[in-house]
Structures are given as C-alpha cells and as structure tokens.
Design a protein around this ligand. Structure first.
Ligand code: MG
Length: 385
C-alpha cells in the first residue's frame, strides 16, 4: 500500500488521480488532500477517501468543512502555508504535485525538501525553478516521476538508457483547436473557442496554453530539468491524434515511441506505481480504430510562443520565470476578455523585451522576479484597454 499526498485534489489532474486510487483499491491510500477554492468537492473527497490531513484556501472554508463532517475528522489546514505544511509533514510515500501555475512551486519545493517521491504535474514549478528543484532533490534524496503525458512517455522510453545513447527527445503536441485556423482569423478567437480542446479534457489554464502552444514551450523547459537534457536535443512535433506522446531518438537512428490512449489516468497510474506496473483501468489502445497517425512540423508564425520558449530554454533562470509569469497574467486576461487571443503572445513578448536574464539562486529571488513581472504585465495590459 502506497500512501499518496495529493496537492490540487479538485483540479483535473487531482480528480483523475483520485479515480486511479479509487479503481486500484488496496494499492494506494490518499492520506493528504490539498485544494484551494472548491470547498464542496473537497468535502465530498474527504468523505470518500478519509485522508488524515487536508488543506483548503480560506480559514472560513476550513471551519465550514469541520462543521459539516461527522465522525472521525482529518486535520484541516488552510492558506498557502497549509498546502506547504501538508506537502512537508504528511506521512506519505509519494506527493502528487498538481496545483496549477506558479502557486504550486512552494508546496512542491516543500515536498522535495523532505526527500519524498514527487509525481510532478505542476510544470510551472519546474519551469520557474528547475535548477533549484534539482539541487534540492539531490540534497534530500527526493526523486521526480513525471505525470505530464509527454514526459511520462519520455521517462518510459529513456528507462535505463545512458545519456550518450540519446540523440534527441521529441515531445508531441496536438496543435490545439487553432491548428488549421487561417492566420488572419486567430485574433478573433474567443475564450470559449480556445477552451474547446479537440483531444484532451484539461483545466482552463493548460487548455489556453495548449491553444497558443505555450504549453509545449513550458514542457520543453520541464523536460530539460526533469531529464537533465541539453536544450539542443529537445524537439516538438505536432501530432493531432495525441496517441504518440513522446519519441526518443537513439544515436544509431533507432527511434522509440510511447503510445497510449489520450487519457491522463494512464500516465498518472504509472507515476503512482513506478517502478512497478499494474493492470490498466481503460480499454486497450485500438490502433486499427485510430487509423492514421499524422505528424506536422510546428509553424512558428502560428505559434510564436514556441520560439519565445526556445529562447527561454537556452537562457539563464530569470528568462523562464519571467516568461511563465507574463503568460499566467496574459492567459487570465484573455479568459476575462481583457486581451485578444493574439494579444497573449504580444503581451509576453513585450514583457520579455529588454530583459537581461540572470541566475536566480534562491526561492526568494524567484518569487520576487515572478512578482515583479506579474505586476509589470498587469499594468501593461491595463494601459492597453
Ligand atoms: Mg502535456
């Protein structure tokens, strides 16, 4: 029995993780659950999974949950410190880091410092603090297991291979809902259209990131740190069917691929069971039913943020922190109708113009740089209105 601490239990990855736990009864126990604002779903999860510790955003929601529970109650924490304490102190074998965005960084770092296995779905923490998280993991003995489907694919293809065998690593991308939209129409695309992803059911932030392909840019940086790969070995390939998740090219020209159904419960289950495997909970992949698998080189005129991310990938730490912060602010502004779809890339590009990337050695420096760029980006968007 593995004890699982789940950060971000009410989000898409969190709910899928609990479904994997539910359908593998006897193999896992959810001992800690951290959510933010979805109090009622967290309450239902507490009733079903009976964790020892939970955390929620507001103290009043913690009090509300305490009142509504009968019988044995978990310890109920609140606020950002609550999620951090839950990550650090709850006795678990594995911490699933599935909070969305930069907010996931501090709880993820807290889990890494305790030397646990960290199943990482929160790519933004690796983007903003990859070097720091790697250093802390070496110090504490923590290990990362990827949850992101592409990284899970890379992880499975790389298993046991030496670095000098690898020529390149390719992450596939579905291309999102605007893969074939005429370029001149991109500016008119609404949040509802951007949120209608053709393949994956995901949270809002990652779905918008998928439409701009910033998601793949963030994933390149995530892959660099997760697998200690030189930026020049990382590639992106559009694959609209989302059946092949990653390709690893070996030095002799052989290419390994990982294929599976487009369902996050597959990589989540592998992250939880690694290095073992258990029977899957989904029907088998039927390639004859899928028929054709297409691969397309990404067009940087359509997806300019891929070029931006490639720049950040090769730069010093603050470039990725700034890019991620500007992206989070721009995506929020787009969802709120304050920015056009094409304004997301323009906003990020102007936030990065003139930035002189530098090393950021501490969590304090990273948080400060993130805060500075957010503030600047918000005021820039405000002025354009
Ligand atoms: Mg992904």
């Amino acid at each position: 029995m593995k004890n699982v601490v789940l950060l971000g239990s009410t989000g898409t990855i969190g709910r899928n993780t609990l479904d994997v736990i539910r359908r593998n009864s006897g193999a896992f126990r959810a001992v800690g659950l951290a959510a933010w604002s979805n109090r009622d779903l967290l309450l239902a999860q507490i009733r079903e999974f009976r964790p020892d510790v939970v955390s929620v955003g507001k103290a009043e929601d913690a009090a509300n949950i305490r009142r509504r529970l009968v019988g044995r109650k978990p310890e109920i924490l609140s606020g950002p410190e609550g999620a951090e304490a839950l990550a650090a102190e709850t006795k678990g074998d594995i911490v699933v880091s599935a909070i969305t965005g930069f907010n996931g960084l501090r709880p993820t770092l807290a889990a890494v410092k305790t030397g646990k296995i960290v199943a990482l779905a929160n790519k933004e923490s690796m983007v903003a603090a990859g070097a720091l998280l790697r250093r802390e993991a070496i110090r504490s003995g923590a290990a990362f297991v990827p949850v992101d489907s592409e990284h899970s694919g890379v992880f499975q293809c790389l298993a046991g291979r030496r670095a000098d065998e690898i020529r390149s690593v390719t992450l596939t991308a579905s291309g999102g809902p605007f893969l074939r939209t005429p370029l001149r129409d991109m500016g008119r695309k609404t949040p509802a259209e951007a949120l209608a992803h053709p393949r994956w059911k995901m949270g809002r932030k990652v779905t918008i990131d998928s439409a701009t392909m910033m998601n793949k840019g963030l994933e390149l940086i995530e892959a660099r740190w997760l697998f200690d790969l030189e930026p020049g070995r990382l590639r992106v390939l559009i694959h609209p069917q989302s059946i092949v998740h990653a390709l690893v090219e070996l030095r002799d020209g052989s290419v390994l691929a990982q294929l599976s159904l487009t369902d996050m419960r597959i990589p989540i289950q592998y992250a939880l069971t690694h290095p073992e495997r258990r029977d899957g909970i989904l029907p088998p992949l039927d390639l004859a039913a899928v028929g054709a698998l297409e691969f397309i080189a990404p067009d940087e005129r359509r997806f300019p943020l891929l070029r931006t991310a490639r720049w950040a990938l090769g730069e010093k730490d603050s470039a990725a922190v700034a890019m991620n912060a500007a992206n989070e602010v721009a995506v929020e502004a787009f969802i709120e109708g304050k920015l056009k779809f094409t304004g997301i890339a323009r906003t990020i590009e102007s936030a990065l113009a003139g930035l002189r990337p530098r090393r950021l050695d501490s969590i304090g420096d990273i948080v400060e740089e993130d805060r500075r760029v957010r503030e600047q980006t918000r005021s820039r968007i405000g002025k354009r209105k």
